[in-house]
Design a protein around this ligand. Sequence first.
Ligand code: FE2
Ligand code: FE2
Length: 466
Amino acid sequence: MANRSVRVLGAAAFVAVFPVALLHFVGGQTVAIDGWIHFVGVALGAGVATGSAVALTVAGARLRDGHAVLVGCAFSVMAALLCLHGLATPGVLVGTNGVVSFTGAATLPVGGAILALGVVPALRRPAAVGPLLWLLAGGVVLILVLGLAAIAEPGLVPRGPEPRSLLAWLVLAAGTGFYAVLVWRAARTFRLTRRWSDILVALGIVWLAVALAAALLLDSRQLGWWLGHVFQVIGIAIVGIPVALDLRRGAARSRPLLGDLRGADLVAEEEAFLGSHVRALLVDLADKDTYTEEHTRRVALRAVQVGDELGLAAERLRDLALGGLLHDIGKLSIPDEILKRPGPLSQREFELVEEHPERGKRLLRELGGFSENVLRLVHDHHERLDGSGYPQGLGRSELDLDTRILSACDVYDALRSRRVYRAAWTHEEAMRLLRGSAGTIFDARSVDALERVLARERDDQLAIAV
Ligand SMILES: [Fe+2]
Ligand SMILES: [Fe+2]
């Protein structure tokens, strides 16, 4: 594992340094490249990129995935500006104009600024999808106006900053700042997930930042200026492809056909808020342990239904949905052979499995954007009223109602599922166990409410069957 990480990081360092070295060693060479090549190459390449970015945005909007929509918007605006940059090549469609240098300089800082908005958790919420789409529409209209202005009156759009001018350095500093935040976040995520796609995102952003430097410091007679265009297209692809793949992987969602629709909607809504990234982690968990993914969704739904039954406010129901979906995410870092072993576990292996609440909390805290309530639910879901739970052995006075609800629903679902080491229990058997320890190990109110919710659901099923 350690060796693999060293190899991955070594390869990553090489890929990050490569464009910088290329610019440094050959970027200054003088070249005479025909305007037509710029026109066709850039307009076509960026045109295709714009199409893919808009498709990514639409796919994200369908899944109500704020994060994917944000990335899609940033790339759509960036690629559309670059496309305009190609179309405005002097001497092809229009003569000398300011648009070509203006768009050349603006593309990357604008894209970086939109991407950096992703650090605001509220913008990753499903509710942000609508406003983000408006932002995108506004951006596209602005770009169209800019393009038309260049055709109608080439002098209307101010020229971008002169290469290496004070303004160019200022724009470079701002743009590099945005990209540094993004690289830092992507690198931090990779440290947690160790997924190839996360380190790729960090690298793609480095390529975009190098492209920004080339656009602002070199001019069209230098090879480096041209290389910058290539870096930019590659950077967009490197960052966009993993996001699109995450989206595809996370897209396979099932909805319960029966039961409380309000609860199901709320869980689906919170699942969308997780963003393609955390959803992909849940899919990783499902690949690792098929039982866990469906289990977490069912527990989330039950916990919301029980919380609703007990009259919890909407905000707490949201936290229950998220806590339910994520409660076992810490199992990601527990070796497969331990999770799936049918036979008994050794003392050490037991201890490892019992670390999953703490590991889960740590992972979510590092990923950021989760409330303390959600972190506490994940951390305490195996605690019991009599202090017999783990990881801390908390007692009655330290466990709030939300945690008690989640643990009762978790145990009920675990018992009702077939596991590698035992058959599934019937509803009656599982309820008998919970009722038997209600008030001592499990919270009596939560067990009663769970029983009522399940009874109603069974009645509904019966009614449909009849
Ligand atoms: Fe658990
Ligand atoms: Fe669980």
